[in-house]
Design a protein around this ligand. Structure first.
Ligand code: DAT
Ligand code: MG
Length: 151
């Protein structure tokens, strides 16, 4: 069990639908550590860099339009096993296949409007936090509740 970092983002539909608090709350309640948080209008070049592995897919242009269509909420979260755990909390890419109890399973219906992003590996967690946050925007701190979360 390693301490990891992951990049979580409320996509423009989540912001427009007023789901920011609900989504942040799920990671907070789980017990992860919030290290970075901002509302941000994503430029096209950043969206393309973030999703560079999907360049060439038929849905890529629509994906870039969607991600840049309004403000997103960028977050950096730290915790033991946070990368895989956050992916479980988020649920399957297609919200209709996402389990009830997951963010997408509870709050979304379509792959192209699936309200939230989460990094798929610790390496990508680091890469994406570096991509979306500037120096000084990620804060190192200790939660008062830390001893009540881990023995
Ligand atoms: P995830 O966001 O679950 O990590 P992914 O990395 O495979 O999924 O794809 C990134 C986003 O691209 C995904 O959240 C929604 C969009 N997407 C993926 N597959 C798609 C498809 N078949 N049709 C439309 N959009 C798709
Ligand atoms: Mg992905």
């Amino acid at each position: 069990e390693e301490v990891e970092e992951t990049y979580i983002m409320v996509k423009p539909d989540g912001v427009q639908r007023g789901l920011v608090g609900e989504i942040i709350s799920r990671f907070e309640k789980k017990g992860f550590l919030l290290k970075g948080l901002k509302l941000f209008q994503c430029p096209k070049d950043l969206a393309e860099e973030h999703y560079k592995d999907l360049k060439g897919k038929s849905f890529f242009p629509k994906l870039i339009d969607y991600i840049t269509s309004g403000p997103v909420v960028c977050m950096a979260w730290e915790g033991v096993g946070v990368v895989a755990s956050a992916r479980k909390l988020i649920g399957a890419t297609n919200p209709l296949q996402a389990e009830p109890g997951t963010i997408r399973g509870d709050l979304a219906v379509q792959t192209g409007r699936n309200v939230v992003h989460g990094s798929d590996s610790p390496d990508n967690g680091k890469r994406e936090i570096d991509l979306w946050f500037k120096e000084g925007e990620v804060v190192q701190w200790t939660q008062a509740q830390a001893p009540w979360l881990r023995e």
